[in-house]
Design a protein around this ligand. Structure first.
Ligand code: GLU
Length: 487
């Protein structure tokens, strides 16, 4: 049997990083097994719909490189893949359950249900539909039930949970799970607005779409026994289940909006490489080797194994995410980085050609975590320093420095280009250490104590630019016109 999995988001907001992890694990599993991954939009809870959420989900998934084999806009044999377009199907299956005694009609008003809950709370009981004391097919009888329906009374359809039996299923990550039906509520399957609930629509669709493995977040684990009852009620074969561990923040609490960014879109805007982000997300709860952190998408597909996913919550560590991004900063082809950096420079009014940008990137790619850090970190590659780091000046510009540096500048002026050996030779003949001349050079040319290797920096800036910066430094020094900045 060929593997078919699905990602089934509800369009209730922007795609959460946990949602992306679920989509990604489904994708990796499908690709690993040469199977198919289906996108299904679960929009039956009309009260929670958010405008543009579907578009945001699709954009974020496509940014991450997750491509679906079937779904809205793509088509497929078992569609439509938007649940609100399949209402007739769910009504038909709800009717089948009623006819087989696996579901029943209930007519309770919102007030009656609220009173029931209050009573249960007062008596210290768990909230659960109190079938025998409420208004439903069992308490009213079939005739009265049909009468009410014919008269247009508002009703829901509830799952007829059998008393005192065990419901069992096997979860690939968590092993065998058994829950007694006394703990399972008579779940609403069809709401009074004619829409199915998540539970009915989800099970019907997973069956009709021939889903072989349901891979979803741990928060859906309590729903699974109800789903098992539905599969059994219909007489359908169950898919395999895998419930993925929760995502936690650095304080080990559930990852939530209140504690920072959780939408994939936020991370796109922050400038993460999609490859780095996907790599990081893939390792939230799983690591194929345990001793590596960087995997290409091809490797993730090759190694993916549901059995090896952890049960315990996975920590979303933004420092690790930034570190992962910095690793991709080192290896992403320079042409790609240039394509990202050029518009950022343009925005800042910096005009330079792409071969110069490439050389700056090569100088700085090991020193930054993000492309967008380059314009600031490497600002002196695009503009001469306006001010000089004060502490650095005090430390490295002594009384005799000018005397030492002047002849070196002239030597450099007459050479074809700046070289390490020329500078080193000069230092040696003066009985100086190389660093005694390199620091003043760095100060004059960049104004800063930190940066890329000085000789590589000078090579990229070019002889003319370096000389002009050094001349200007000396002139400003002579005119007592040097400006300083605290570091
Ligand atoms: N619509 C559910 C959600 O929003 C899907 C859960 C499932 O995969 O069964 O996550």
């Amino acid at each position: 049997m060929s593997v078919r999995v699905r990602f089934a988001p509800s369009p209730t907001g922007r795609l959460h990083v946990g949602g992306l992890r679920t989509a990604l694990y489904n994708y990796l599993f499908a690709k690993h097994c040469n199977g198919r991954i289906i996108l299904r939009i679960e929009d039956t809870d009309r009260t929670r719909l958010v405008e543009n959420a579907q578009e945001n989900l699709l954009n974020s998934l496509s940014w991450a490189g997750i491509k679906f084999d079937e779904g809205p806009g793509i088509g497929g044999e078992y569609g439509p893949y938007i649940q609100s377009e399949r209402l007739d199907i769910y009504s038909k299956y709800a009717a089948e359950l009623i006819a087989n005694g696996k579901a029943y009609y209930a007519f309770d008003s919102a007030e009656e249900l609220a009173e029931m809950r209050q009573r249960q709370q007062d008596d210290g009981e768990n909230p659960k539909y109190a079938r025998s004391s409420m208004k439903n097919q069992f308490t009213l009888g079939s005739e009265k039930t049909q009468e009410l329906i014919a008269a247009g009374a508002s009703y829901v359809v509830r799952l007829n949970v059998p008393a005192a039996v065990d419901v069992s299923f096997c979860d690939v990550i968590r092993g065998n799970i058994t829950v007694g039906t006394n703990e399972i509520d008579d779940q609403i399957l069809m709401k009074s607005d004619g829409f199915p609930t998540y539970h009915l629509a989800n099970v019907v669709d997973d069956h009709l779409m021939k889903i072989t493995h349901v891979i979803r977040g741990e928060e859906w684990l309590p729903s699974t026994p109800k789903h098992v009852l539905l599969y059994d009620g219909f007489g359908w074969e169950k898919p395999g289940f895998a419930h993925l561990p929760l995502l936690l923040n650095e304080k080990k609490a559930k990852l939530s909006k209140r504690h920072g960014d959780v939408a994939v879109e936020d991370f796109i805007q922050k400038g993460y490489f999609k490859e780095a982000f996907v790599n990081f997300i893939a390792l939230l709860g799983w690591n194929p080797t345990g001793n590596r952190e960087i995997y290409s998408i091809g490797e993730l597909i090759e190694f993916f194994n549901l059995e090896k996913v952890n049960k315990g919550g996975a920590i979303f560590d933004t420092r690790k995410l930034d570190w992962t991004n910095s690793q991709y900063m080192k290896t992403t082809p320079v042409g790609e980085l240039t394509g990202l950096l050029a518009p950022l420079l343009k925005e800042k009014g910096i005009d330079c050609n792409s071969s110069y940008i490439e050389r700056v990137i090569e100088l700085f790619r090991e020193r930054v975590r993000f492309v967008h850090e380059i314009p600031d970190t490497a600002s002196y590659m695009f503009d001469p320093p306006k001010a000089y780091e004060e502490k650095y000046y005090i430390k490295h510009w002594k009384e005799d420095t000018l005397q030492i540096i002047r002849p070196l500048i002239e030597l450099l002026r007459n050479a074809d280009e700046f070289t390490y050996s020329l500078t080193k030779e000069y230092a040696e003949t003066q009985g100086l250490k190389l660093r005694d001349v390199v620091h003043p050079l760095r100060l004059m040319i960049t104004g800063q104590s930190t940066g890329a290797g000085m000789f590589e920096t000078m090579e990229v800036l070019g002889k003319e630019e370096c000389l002009s910066r050094m001349d200007s430094f000396i002139e400003r020094l002579a005119n007592s016109d040097l400006k300083f900045e605290a570091d």
